[in-house]
Design a protein around this ligand. Structure first.
Ligand SMILES: Cc1cc2nc3c(=O)[nH]c(=O)nc-3n(C[C@H](O)[C@H](O)[C@H](O)COP(=O)(O)OP(=O)(O)OC[C@H]3O[C@@H](n4cnc5c(N)ncnc54)[C@H](O)[C@@H]3O)c2cc1C
Ligand code: SF4
Ligand code: SF4
Length: 450
């Protein structure tokens, strides 16, 4: 891979994900909030040191997977030991959580071990500010937030690892782990010893704060006075809850048009459209949602788990033996069915990266284990997306959220309705099973799930 001079391409193309690797590699840099973009990025381009660790510049998945998993065999879904569906048996924890409450069960188990000194997890500070913090006491686990979908800064994770000796569990989304491992293996390899185990979230996308500004505008919420935000919880899909001194506003994530506009893909941070690592190739254990026809009617969330290391598989076995979770082993096909090919294999992202290179624009250098399995989206669709996404980002930066609302209701109504129809036929009617193209997870296997 060709070394880059600095981070100018990352900043010019809004590709920062806030992992914080650059500010540790180049101490002259700081992460700042860009008000126009409504996302974090470094306050300058830095130099070669910063560019060398930045996951928006490059990620060498072959190298990192070999280091982390001791050259274990790699499949198109990364290193995979087992795949399962799982759910916490603690009803309250499960209902509060974003999917099955598995991250909290794993944290409680790992924090109870003598050899673990703490966990580095995203915590809430105030308003929309969420940052990594160190917890050592299991009592702190149930206070942690669920999935936070807006852009956050994660530089404290490396700070905590650098300043504390011991062994730590680290909870992170894929691109945060890319930045942290880039930094560790390129700058401070001795820190690898301090990572006891990583719990990775599966991640489809993240949003700039424009998404929250837009929903606040549609629902007449005072954006500047947000005290608390929670995106999930209270059932399998969960509601977006925003609290201000005026009260709490709850928004249905599935059927509310205002939500669908504000959390349209154009509100994603741009790096997500180029992400090929949604299923977190670098985490020991990956936790996502089981979006399957067989789990669609469960009253509480069910998690999809990929164990990549023996240590992770053993932790799951321990939790099951202690009856803290229920599990059902499934196949790798369930990962693809639950998440779609776009998420599992990067069909769109690889095609988009090729397109950007062709037109001479900056894009990260990333080839994941899923590259050979990817069926690239047609260039025509990618070109159209690129053109429209640019227009929509400009409209967001001008604060023209209402225009985007009407655009969704008129110009974009067909793809919008198509998504609902697809959801209905695939998840509810189980059309693929009816046509014989797939076999559902059996009722017996899921018998104990709530
Ligand atoms: C931005 C984002 C996008 C996601 N996209 C998908 C997807 O497309 N498909 C899918 O199947 N699953 C996705 N997930 C994962 C899913 O929403 C659940 O978080 C996951 O299944 C874990 O659920 P849980 O019930 O075990 O954890 P919970 O009990 O809800 O705990 C989640 C833990 O993760 C940590 N956390 C939350 N948000 C962040 C963040 N932004 N950065 C770092 N750490 C964080 C917190 O410390 C928290 O303790 C996404 C999560 C995030 C944060
Ligand atoms: S992605 Fe990470 S390393 Fe790259 S510029 Fe952003 S914070 Fe820095
Ligand atoms: S989709 Fe990829 S780039 Fe976007 S937030 Fe998730 S892991 Fe990061």
């Amino acid at each position: 891979m060709r070394p880059r001079r600095d981070l100018s391409g990352v900043i010019a193309n809004n590709l920062c994900i806030g992992c914080g690797a650059c500010v540790h590699a180049d101490r002259s840099l700081r992460l700042v909030f860009n008000r126009q973009k409504q996302m974090y990025e470094p306050d300058g381009p830095g130099g070669r040191d910063a560019a060398a660790v930045c996951p928006a510049v490059q990620v060498d998945f072959d190298f990192l997977q070999a280091k982390i998993f001791n050259d274990a065999p790699v499949t198109p879904l990364g290193v995979v030991r087992s795949v399962m569906l799982a759910q916490s048996t603690n009803h309250e924890r499960n209902v509060q959580a974003s999917s099955g409450g598995l991250i909290k069960e794993l944290l409680l188990e790992l924090l109870s071990r003598d050899e673990v000194d703490g966990a580095i997890v995203l915590g809430h500070f105030q308003g929309l500010r969420f940052e990594p913090k160190l917890i050592a006491n299991p009592d702190q686990v149930d206070q942690l937030p669920g999935s936070i979908y807006h852009n956050v800064v994660f530089d404290q994770a490396i700070q905590i690892l650098s300043e504390n000796t011991g062994h730590f569990v680290l909870v992170a989304i894929p691109c945060q782990l890319e930045g942290i491992y880039n930094y560790i293996y390129k700058v401070r390899p001795e820190l690898a010893e301090r990572v006891y185990c990583t719990i990775g979230l599966l991640c489809g996308w993240q949003y700039t704060h424009h998404a929250i500004k837009a929903i606040c505008k549609f629902k007449k919420i005072d954006f500047d006075r947000i005290e608390q935000i929670s995106f999930r919880g209270g059932g399998p899909v969960g509601r977006l809850c925003i609290r201000t001194p005026q009260g709490e506003c709850r928004v249905n994530r599935r059927v509310d048009l205002a939500y669908q506009v504000a959390f349209d893909r154009s509100f994603n941070i741009p790096r997500c459209h180029l992400c090929i690592n949604h299923s977190n190739f670098l985490a020991d254990i990956v936790v996502g949602d089981a979006w399957l026809p067989s789990t669609v009617r469960t009253a509480t969330g069910v998690s999809l788990i990929i164990c990549r290391s023996e240590q992770a598989a053993a932790a799951m076995r321990t939790l099951e033996r202690k009856e803290r979770i229920r599990t059902a082993e499934v196949t790798r096909e369930e990962v693809v069915e639950s998440q779609t090919r776009r998420v599992a294999f990067g069909d769109f992202s690889y095609a988009y990266a090729e397109y950007l290179k062709k037109i001479g624009e900056f894009c990260p250098e990333m080839v994941g284990p899923n590259r050979a399995a990817a069926r690239l989206s047609p260039e025509k669709a990618v070109r159209k997306f690129h053109r429209e996404n640019r227009i929509k980002i400009r409209l967001q930066q001008q604060g023209r959220y209402r225009y985007l609302y009407w655009r969704k209701l008129t110009l974009e109504i067909r793809p919008f309705l198509y998504r609902y129809l697809r959801w209905f036929f695939v998840r509810i009617v189980k059309i693929k099973s009816l046509l014989g193209t797939r076999k559902e997870v059996s009722r017996e296997k899921l018998a104990g799930f709530s």
